[in-house]
Every structure is written in structure tokens, then in C-alpha cells.
Design a protein around this ligand. Structure first.
Ligand code: HGY
Ligand code: MN
Ligand code: MN
Length: 413
């Protein structure tokens, strides 16, 4: 297939990323743009302004998802969509998510300035709260849009201060009236940094994940008995933090115990009353289990849950467990994955087929439409940290692959 001789404007893409990185920029060179925060609003406002400059049809749905639609020659055909997220982790990186929103924006700018029309409409989307750090779980808004999560359940998810998703969505002025409900999509591409070490280690420029591993999130609460640390004998204590410590080491040892390809992590913990001379009486922590093998992950969780109950019993510290969120592994449409690899080759970029260890909105889009992702290397394999970095050349390369994948999909009957 002859490729139109068009490429994105790498300098302009860099400029948009640098401008976005100033919103919520942190002293360590990262960003803090928590979902539905003032910084998220600021970045959303800028993104909407850029969409308006392209005369796109803009719609904001009841989960705050922002869609910018470019008409095609035949607007009765289902559109081709590409997007990711604007929100970040606390002290997160300058590329995670935002590259996948600025990339398709750059593609639309390139098509406009070259007066290139496509058969199908094209949509760029920014999904709300992909990270799930402030309002768990992750990918909550693409999950509601895809019909996998309930909107009212999502609305009531609360942050650590007890503020709900819907209150904050309302506060920043992005609670749209358009129903957050799926519509037919011909193909979905998500452009994203790899967030791992593989592409850099293999010396490849473009990654084409064959899918995303399954993600399981659990919330554990342990009750103990507070007391003065001095006079209280060790015997007979109900120390919630010691119970948690035993459980956390069980999580860490789980992948080795289960064998097979799995990761398990405790990333967040809250200790109460968190005073050095009071025995802790309440601890809450999170469990994140991921594997391509859903059965392995579910089996691992079953055993871990029993371990938690045994530890709680032995320490007289009752445990309560919320099975917060499970999304199965998402194998992408093989033909679209192939298209990413072929397009990279046609453009002269090296490429590698792989699996995504990180979760993405593409997990839910994969339930609605043929889906594929385009990865570019993360320097040092680092992400969700302020030093997250990707070369501008690789950002441009990935955007060129996205440009031509979108053109191919938007021009097929
Ligand atoms: O958890 C993830 O992998 C994504 O960053 N939400
Ligand atoms: Mn991301
Ligand atoms: Mn992330």
C-alpha cells in the first residue's frame, strides 16, 4: 500500500507536550495533575481550546470524557478513534497519558494543514481518571463509557478527603450532559510510552502490544487496638500494623509462590493513628495483582485472601476486604497489531511485538472495537516517576506510526 508522503510536525508535538508539562509541573521535573484537580481542569481547558482551533465537533460526556470529532467524507461510517488520558499520578511523568492525547491532536493538525480528507470521521478522546490514584479504580471513565462499570457507582467513588468523583467533576465544570455511553467505533489506537525496560533493552523504536495483562485491585482494612506503647506488654497486643506487615510480605512473595508470569504490589498504605507512641489500631492498604493469565491471578488472590484471614485471626485483628476492581487480560485485534508493526516498518522504524504491563483505557476499548496500541521507549524503563522520559525523536516516530495507522483505518470501507 503506498503511504501518503506526510509526516507529523515533531517540533509542534514537542511544544504541546512541553506546554502541558507546565500544568502541574513539579520541582523534580514531573507533573502532578490528579484527576479532577485544578491542574486537570487547566489542562482540559487548554486541550479544548486546541480542539476548537481545529474546528472539531467537541462533546463532553457525563464522565467528563472529552471527544473532538473531525468529519470524514462519509459521516455515516463508524469513526476511527485515538486517545488516552490527561490526568497523572502524584509526582508522575511528563509523557504518561498526555502523549496519547497530544499525539492524535498532532495527527489532526497535520491532516488539516495538508488538506487530507479521510473516508471515515476521526475522533481524538481524553478519558477521565485513567490513573485511578485519587479515585480508584483506574480507567473508570472509559469503563463506564464501554458499559463495563456503572456510572452511579463511579460517581460515588471518593478520594482520601471523602470528596466524591461527581462532586469534583461538577466543581471543575466537566460534568457533561452527553450520556457516557458507547457508540460504534471502527478501530481504536492508543499511543503511549511503554513504561518499562523492554524497547530500550532490545533497541527498538516502536512497540506493538499484543494486549494488556489483567489487573486486579483490592482494598484491605485491618482493625487493631490502640494503646500506650510503654506500659502495654507485647503479649496480647492487637497491633494492626504488624498484621499488615505480615500480609504485605505475603503479597510480595505471591508471584514466586504461584510461579508463572505475575506481579503483585502493595503501593498505598494508611496507618492510624500514626503516632510513634501509640499502638496502631487501623491500617488500610491496597493490593495490585497483574497477569496475562487471569486464572493464575484469581487463584493467587484466593490463596492470599485465606492467608490474610489466618494472619488476622492469629493477631486478633479483624480484616475486611473490598474486591475493588478486576479487568481481565485484553488480547488486541491481531490484524490491527500487525498494522502497527507493518506501518513502523514502512516508515523505517524498528519494532517489537510485546505485552503491556501497564493498564490503559485500551483495555475497555478492546471490548468495544478492534484495538491496538503504539508504544515508544521509556528511558531507563522508568514511569510513574518525575524522571519519566522519552526522546523527542521517539515521540515523533510514534506519532508518525499513529498518523499512518489512523489513515489506513479511516480509509478502509
Ligand atoms: O495502573 C496502571 O497501570 C495505569 O497507570 N493506570
Ligand atoms: Mn497511562
Ligand atoms: Mn499511568
Amino acid at each position: 500500500m503506498t503511504m501518503p508522503d506526510v509526516r507529523v510536525n515533531g517540533a509542534r508535538l514537542r511544544k504541546t507536550l512541553e506546554e502541558m508539562a507546565r500544568i502541574g509541573g513539579t520541582p523534580g521535573g514531573g507533573v502532578q495533575r490528579l484527576a479532577l484537580s485544578d491542574e486537570d481542569k487547566q489542562a482540559r481547558d487548554l486541550f479544548v481550546r486546541w480542539l476548537e482551533e481545529l474546528n472539531l465537533e467537541i462533546s463532553i460526556d457525563e464522565m467528563g470524557n472529552i471527544f473532538g470529532r473531525r468529519p470524514g467524507k462519509n459521516n455515516d461510517l463508524p469513526p476511527v478513534m485515538s486517545g488516552s488520558h490527561i490526568d497523572s499520578q502524584p509526582k508522575g511523568g511528563r509523557f504518561d497519558g498526555i502523549l496519547g492525547v497530544m499525539g492524535p491532536l498532532e495527527v489532526l493538525r497535520t491532516l488539516q494543514e495538508n488538506s487530507i480528507e479521510t473516508e471515515r470521521p476521526l475522533i481524538v478522546v481524553a478519558w477521565t481518571n485513567e490513573e485511578g490514584s485519587r479515585f480508584p479504580p483506574a480507567m473508570i471513565a472509559s469503563g463506564v463509557w464501554a458499559g463495563a462499570l456503572d456510572r452511579d457507582w463511579a460517581y460515588q467513588r471518593a478520594d482520601i478527603q471523602g470528596k466524591t468523583f461527581v462532586q469534583e467533576l461538577e466543581r471543575i465544570g466537566y460534568r457533561g450532559r452527553v450520556p457516557a455511553r458507547k457508540f460504534p467505533v471502527h478501530a481504536y489506537y492508543e499511543y503511549h510510552i511503554e513504561q518499562g525496560p523492554v524497547l530500550e533493552r532490545e533497541g527498538k523504536t516502536i512497540g506493538a502490544p499484543r494486549g494488556i495483562q489483567g489487573l486486579h485491585w483490592y482494598d484491605i482494612t485491618i482493625e487493631g487496638e490502640a494503646n500506650q506503647v510503654g506500659p502495654t506488654p507485647m503479649e496480647g497486643r492487637h497491633d494492626a500494623l504488624c498484621a499488615a506487615a505480615e500480609m504485605i510480605l505475603k503479597v510480595n512473595r505471591l508471584p514466586e509462590k504461584m510461579g508463572g508470569n505475575m506481579v503483585a504490589t502493595v503501593g498505598e498504605i494508611h496507618n492510624h493513628p500514626n503516632s510513634r507512641n501509640i499502638i496502631p489500631d487501623k491500617v488500610r492498604f491496597t493490593v495490585d495483582i497483574r497477569s496475562w493469565d487471569d486464572e493464575l491471578a484469581l487463584g493467587a488472590w484466593k490463596g492470599l485472601k485465606q492467608d490474610f484471614k489466618d494472619i488476622a485471626g492469629s493477631r486478633g485483628c479483624p480484616v475486611s476486604i473490598e474486591e475493588t476492581w478486576q479487568v481481565s487480560h485484553s488480547p488486541f485485534e491481531e490484524a490491527l497489531v500487525r498494522r502497527v508493526l507493518d506501518t513502523a516498518g514502512e516508515l523505517g522504524y524498528s519494532s517489537l511485538k510485546m505485552v503491556s504491563g501497564a493498564g490503559h483505557d485500551a483495555s475497555y476499548m478492546n471490548q468495544i472495537a478492534p484495538t491496538a496500541m503504539i508504544f515508544v521507549p521509556s528511558i531507563g524503563g522508568r514511569s510513574h516517576v518525575e524522571v519519566e522520559n522519552t526522546t523527542w525523536e521517539d515521540c515523533e516516530a510514534g506519532a508518525n506510526v499513529l498518523l499512518h495507522c489512523l489513515l489506513k483505518s479511516a480509509n478502509e470501507g
